[in-house]
Ligand binder design. Structure first.
Ligand code: FBP
Length: 250
């Protein structure tokens, strides 16, 4: 079933502000300012983001402010800490119903393709996709090739595989990591077909380097960015968001 992406995309493009790092990486990513989810909601509002991405705990505790901001909410349904260093697996910790009750306009789920536990995540994703689509809301898959089996495989090949996996499993949007090669990304966008490709921002970089990367991402035909650290760890998050928006839509 094709769902309407109009609530979280504009003219087939989008810019999401991701903030699930407190779980995925731990507070090591934060300072006094950006440790506070309210700071992130303010950036999303001032930067007119198409959506904010939170885990359910933040979505619940800061629900009033999120609603007031009018920025559509995307809730991540699975997650893990980075404390355990084995084959990656990320299990569901929030249901589609809980997400909808919290006001989510879309749900997200991470799959580590190549991991020993890939099948567990693919199966869990399938139930989520079925339920979310039955309720008419889009499903976004974070697809990251990871684990011993894929350690030595070429990055471009893996990026395209991640993108195609999104199409095959019914994701409306996929979020993948850019390997820095425009030609590879063009191919990944191509094989993703009608599934929209969004790119993660990655580690906080110098603004010039980051913007150069954004330009490449847009030129390669991606639908936009689902970015975290490069925005909220920046000294000028709203100004930088404006620059990215202009690159995406102009
Ligand atoms: P960034 O733009 O900050 O990289 O965030 C994107 C993201 O996918 C987050 O949603 C997630 O928390 C993080 O990256 C996961 O990164 P990794 O698994 O590479 O540590």
């Amino acid at each position: 079933m094709r769902v309407n992406l109009g609530k979280i995309m504009k003219n087939g493009k989008a810019m999401f502000l991701a903030y699930d790092h407190g779980l995925e990486h731990g507070p090591i990513e934060f300072n006094d300012k950006d440790a506070n989810p309210e700071y992130i909601i303010d950036i999303a509002k001032k930067g007119k983001y198409n959506a904010l991405i939170f885990q359910k705990g933040i979505a619940e505790k800061y629900n009033e402010k999120i609603k007031k901001s009018k920025i559509p909410l995307i809730i991540k349904l699975n997650g893990k800490t980075n404390l355990f260093q084995g084959e990656p697996v990320s299990r569901q910790i929030c249901s589609v119903k809980e997400a909808l009750d919290l006001g989510a306009k879309a749900v997200g789920y991470t799959i580590y393709i190549g991991s020993r536990y890939e099948s567990v995540m693919l199966k869990e994703f399938d139930s989520i996709e079925e339920e979310a689509h039955a309720k008419g809301i889009p499903v976004i898959a974070w697809i990251y090739p990871r684990g011993k089996s894929v350690e030595k495989k070429p990055g471009g090949e893996l990026m395209a595989y991640a993108a195609r996996t999104g199409l095959e499993i019914g994701a409306d949007i996929i979020k993948i990591k850019y390997n820095g090669n425009v030609k590879d990304l063009k191919w990944a966008v191509k094989v993703a077909g009608k599934t929209q490709v969004m790119i993660a921002g990655g580690v906080h970089e110098d603004e010039k380097i980051f913007l150069k990367q954004v330009k490449e991402i847009i030129n390669a035909g991606a639908a936009g960015l689902a970015v975290g650290r490069n925005i909220w760890q920046s000294g000028n998050p709203v100004e930088l968001s404006g620059k990215i928006k202009r690159m995406i839509w102009d």
